[in-house]
Ligand binder design. Structure first.
Ligand SMILES: CC(C)(COP(=O)(O)OP(=O)(O)OC[C@H]1O[C@@H](n2cnc3c(N)ncnc32)[C@H](O)[C@@H]1OP(=O)(O)O)[C@@H](O)C(=O)NCCC(=O)NCCS
Length: 132
C-alpha cells in the first residue's frame, strides 16, 4: 500500500468511485458528477486529496478539505486495512483534521474507532471524530 498525490491520471478514478452505488450511501452528498465538474473541482482541490495504490493500482482516496476528512476504499479492496492506512497517513499530512460520519454508516464508524479516533459529539444525523 502506498499513498500518492492526486494527480490528473486519478481524477476519473475518484469521480467513478465517488458515484459508485456500492459506496454512495456513506457520503453526505449524493450527486451525479460530470467529467467537466470533476476537472473543475480537482483543479481547485486535488492538493487536498491523496490516492492509495495497491500494486500500483488506485484502490481508494482520502482527503481533507478545511480539515474535514473524506475517505473511500473501492469495494474490491475493502476489509484489507486500506481505510485504516489512509487515515493514518491522512493524519500525518493534516494532523488537525476531523470527521463527521453518518450515524448509520457502520463501516465508517468502525473505521474511525479502529484508527484511534475519539468521538467528540453527535447529533441526530452524525457522529463527530477527532484524534488527540
Ligand atoms: C468506510 C470505508 C472507507 C472502510 O474502508 P476499508 O478499507 O474497508 O476499512 P479497513 O479494512 O481499514 O477496516 C478498518 C476497520 O473498520 C472495520 N470495518 C470496515 N468495514 C466494515 C464493515 N462493513 N462492517 C464492520 N466493520 C467494518 C474493520 O473491521 C476494521 O476494524 P479492525 O481494525 O478492528 O479489524 C469503506 O467501507 C468505504 O469506502 N465506505 C464507503 C464510503 C464511506 O462511507 N466513506 C466514509 C465517509 S466519512
Amino acid at each position: 500500500m502506498e499513498l500518492v498525490e492526486c494527480t490528473k491520471e486519478y481524477w476519473e478514478f475518484v469521480r467513478l468511485l465517488r458515484m459508485d452505488e456500492r459506496v454512495l450511501d456513506g457520503f453526505i452528498e449524493q450527486v451525479e458528477i460530470t467529467p467537466e465538474q470533476q476537472e473543475k473541482y480537482m483543479t481547485k482541490y486535488s492538493h487536498c486529496y491523496r490516492i492509495a495504490l495497491i500494486n500500483n493500482q488506485p484502490a481508494g482516496f482520502v482527503g481533507a478539505i478545511t480539515d474535514d476528512i473524506r475517505v473511500c476504499t473501492h469495494p474490491d479492496f475493502q476489509g484489507k486495512g486500506l481505510g485504516k492506512f489512509m487515515l493514518e497517513e491522512c493524519m500525518k499530512i493534516w494532523p488537525t483534521s476531523y470527521a463527521k460520519v453518518k450515524i448509520n454508516n457502520l463501516a465508517s464508524n468502525k473505521l474511525f474507532l479502529a484508527a484511534g479516533f475519539e468521538t467528540t459529539g453527535n447529533d441526530n444525523t452524525f457522529i463527530y471524530y477527532k484524534k488527540s
